[in-house]
Design a protein around this ligand. Structure first.
Ligand code: GDL
Length: 471
């Protein structure tokens, strides 16, 4: 499909031999929502150094000056914050990448806008920054009339601007490195023609060969990323892509977080990309396992076993779960982690819990009795653990967990009551009410109501829930 998007454009005119560059491995602070605190970033750098990750990318979408008001310079106190981050990275020999996203309203043909970008990069250079990313993700994908007159395509406009920025920044400091996030940054978007026909091949030809290009896989959140898809992409980009991996990002769903292992990427993928960067959970304390397992993946010799990597990471995470009374066991933490594993995959224990709960919906057979006993055992353990977590000493970790695990506890409680009811009501479809789960306060609100209008069918498609709405 991607093949159809190729169009003929002029090739970048440099005879460039790429030098052998260090494999990039690290963390993107690149989600929508509240950015991490300075203390969390410093903790991250400590952990990254320990685990052998080498790059931190600063690009929080909702930092106003990152996107919405990208033309404004930083104030003295903002400069101080950034300077601390850069210094902390430099001291630990970590690469600091500074990201800027001007795409919401930039005018590509406007000298003044180029000057604004330049000014910002100049300000960052002065703070010691040497790695710059220009981001064109999640923006309107068409040009204004002036730009359309000046540039033959959207991709050309972005290449022209970024190449010029590279040149201007290099004139001030020779050893800068540049990165670029395309408007279609995954296979699905490219196939849909986002950014215009031939966008990726234009990029390959016109973007300066020293500039690295980000890619999230076939999807924004890719369950799997294959070597062959990356090889095809490399044909268009004329360079190895740099993975912007959203596997553990949770900014698109407030009810979830992901602390399953880095997985769905074959170990050989490392040879086909220039690096692996993980854009992770908004809540910094929930990222221990994602970062730990990414680092293990990067270092792995021999076959990659994500579950083993997960279990190792959980052991190391355990000391963060110090309690006021008693302690947390690794079995408890594994069960909790399994409930918040990966976007398209529950951990094995959570899958077991779900399957047992599902059997409870059916008629009472021997299987039903077995599932009921097993469900009750797991649910009791998990509910008790959720309650005990209120005693976590690491309060940021607890606050990151609290609303999600409270919801989980509530649903388990509801199902346990249903189970008790079914013990005495054996009709095929009994109607059940819980004294403690009143309609509206429980599962209420505009979002759940809107969600209930369209129900998901087993084949993945959606249909109106109420037969009357289907007409
Ligand atoms: C995106 C955004 C990213 C966001 C993620 C998950 C890229 C290149 N951009 O599309 O900022 O966190 O999805 O919602 O991935």
């Amino acid at each position: 499909m991607l093949r159809q998007l190729i169009s003929d454009t002029k090739t970048h005119e440099t005879n460039h031999m790429p030098e052998q560059l260090e494999f990039i491995a690290g963390v993107i602070e690149g989600f929508y929502g509240e950015p991490w605190t300075q203390a969390e970033r410093l903790e991250l750098f400590e952990r990254m150094t320990h685990w052998g990750l080498n790059t931190y990318f600063y690009g929080p979408k909702d930092d106003l000056k990152h996107r919405a008001i990208w033309r404004d310079l930083y104030t003295a106190s903002e400069t101080e914050t950034l300077s601390q981050i850069i210094t902390a990275c430099n001291q630990r020999n970590l690469r600091f990448i500074y990201g800027l996203g001007p795409g919401l309203d930039i005018r590509y043909s406007e000298e003044a806008d180029f000057a604004f970008l330049n000014r910002r990069f100049e300000q960052m250079l002065a703070l010691g920054c040497r790695n710059f990313a220009v981001l064109f993700d999640d923006i309107p994908d068409r040009m204004n009339p002036n730009d359309a007159q000046r540039f033959s395509s959207f991709a050309s406009a972005q290449c022209h601007l970024t190449n010029a920025l590279l040149q201007a920044t290099r004139a001030r400091c020779a050893d800068v490195r540049f990165f670029f996030c395309p408007t279609p940054y995954c296979g699905r978007m490219a196939e849909a023609g986002l950014g215009g026909v031939g966008y990726l091949s234009i990029l390959g030809k016109e973007l300066h060969p020293d500039i690295e290009i980000f890619w999230t896989g076939q999807e924004i959140i890719s369950q799997e990323i294959t070597v062959s898809s990356i090889q095809t992409l490399q044909g268009y980009l004329r360079r190895k892509p740099l993975l912007w991996d959203n596997l553990h990002a949770n900014d698109y769903d407030v009810r979830r977080f992901f602390c399953g292992p880095y997985s769905g990427r074959p170990i050989e993928l490392r040879e086909h990309v220039s690096g692996l960067m993980l854009n992770a959970n908004n809540e910094f304390p929930l990222n221990f396992v994602p970062f730990h397992t990414l680092a293990a993946f990067v270092k792995c010799v021999g076959p990659w076993d994500p579950r083993a990597a997960y279990l190792d990471a959980i052991q190391e995470w355990l000391p963060s779960f110090e309690m006021i009374h008693g302690s947390v066991t690794s079995d408890e933490l594994i069960l909790l982690g399994d409930c918040y594993y990966l976007p398209l995959q529950e951990g094995p224990q959570a899958e077991l819990l779900y399957n047992n709960a599902r059997i409870l919906m059916g008629s009472r057979t021997l299987d039903w009795e077995n599932a009921a006993a097993e469900f009750q055992r797991q649910s009791t353990q998990l509910k008790a653990f959720c309650v005990r977590l209120t005693e976590l000493r690491h309060r940021r970790l607890f606050y990151a967990l609290s609303r999600r695990i409270w919801e989980l506890r509530e649903e388990l409680d509801f199902l346990e009551r249903y189970l008790a009811f079914r013990m005495t009501h054996d009709a095929p479809h009994p109607e059940f009410n819980s004294e403690f789960h009143h309609w509206g306060t429980y599962r209420g609100g505009i979002v759940p109501r809107l969600q209930r209008l369209l129900a998901r069918q087993p084949n993945g498609a959606f249909q109106p829930t109420e037969p009357a709405l289907r007409a």
